[in-house]
Design a protein around this ligand. Sequence first.
Ligand SMILES: Cc1cc2nc3c(=O)[nH]c(=O)nc-3n(C[C@H](O)[C@H](O)[C@H](O)COP(=O)(O)O)c2cc1C
Length: 342
Amino acid sequence: MAEKNLIAWNVDEGDYPSSASMDEKLKFLLRYAVLAPSGPNNQPWKFAVNDGEVVVMADFDRTLPDVEPANRTMYMSLGCVLTNLLLAAEHFKMGYEVERFPDGVDAETIAVVKFKEDAGKPQFPPDLFDEITERHTNRGAYDDRPIEAEKIEEMKEAIDGAGFKFDVLTDTKSRAKMAEILGKSHKIQLGNKAFRKDLARWIRANNEDAWDGLPGYAFGYSDFDSFFGQFIFGTFDTSTSRARKEMALMNASPAVGVLSTDAEDKWIWVETGMRFEKLFLTATKLGVRFDLFSQPVAIEEIRREMIEILDVNHPQILIRMGYAPPAKHTPRRTVEMVLAGK
Ligand SMILES: Cc1cc2nc3c(=O)[nH]c(=O)nc-3n(C[C@H](O)[C@H](O)[C@H](O)COP(=O)(O)O)c2cc1C
């Protein structure tokens, strides 16, 4: 990995500072937290480390007001961060307690995690730790072979718990229905200029040295095409071609998943993100790739269609699933860049 903005991925557990102070150890755990996925790789997080505590905060300067005013994906992304942090703590034999929204649900502090040196009862399968540095979103075409039933079962178990549900659709008709829903949502969202401008802020050329955002290569664009990406995306309505391409990819994939919840509020979105990251790491372990879509659940009329088809209360994310060679990682800010020093 030669690019500077990918160095965060080079974390090596052999560098864990076992004889340093608690706060130095916590800063090391954060090296795993920052590898979490987030909406358009906007990394809407900041942290403070004080006296054995990690304060996990939302960074409201990194939200997408025209794409999703409710900030659902921001809260879900912060949940993904929490899973990586707690999984790393369990790996290095630390115990922890999580306090939710200590300053209220509208405050920037999402959680305060108090750590102690002796391990508590683990809540994650230990083998998921090694997958944190392997996990990535894969937007390419998937192999034409089914995902084995026992792997689907293991992924469903990763979501287990009252109030959360993971539907996996493998038959041609159901996948086509979800592809249609995805196509419709692309047309509505990408046809809207304010939405495009909001998202264009996170689109990058392949060779940009930004520490966040979506490089063109994540969508299979050449260096040349990616150079014009932000301008084209922000300026023109490309919804028809994008919808056609993504519908074809979904129809040709062996499975489509939808993660849903019985109820929803800000903490449930955080918890959905925590479980979603556990699911994503489990899939990575099983060799199953994910491509993610938050668009359909952000548009009320499309969301209602999903609710009817799936007979669920609140769909939270749509996932295309299958097998493919690994894709390249996307940039991440380093721990030093996200420590707010609060
Ligand atoms: C809650 C959530 C929603 C996401 N929604 C989308 C989406 O709608 N479209 C998309 O292309 N990627 C989506 N992603 C994937 C992110 O763009 C991806 O995680 C990010 O670019 C970092 O790349 P990585 O997952 O390869 O580390 C989403 C990720 C999360 C966590």
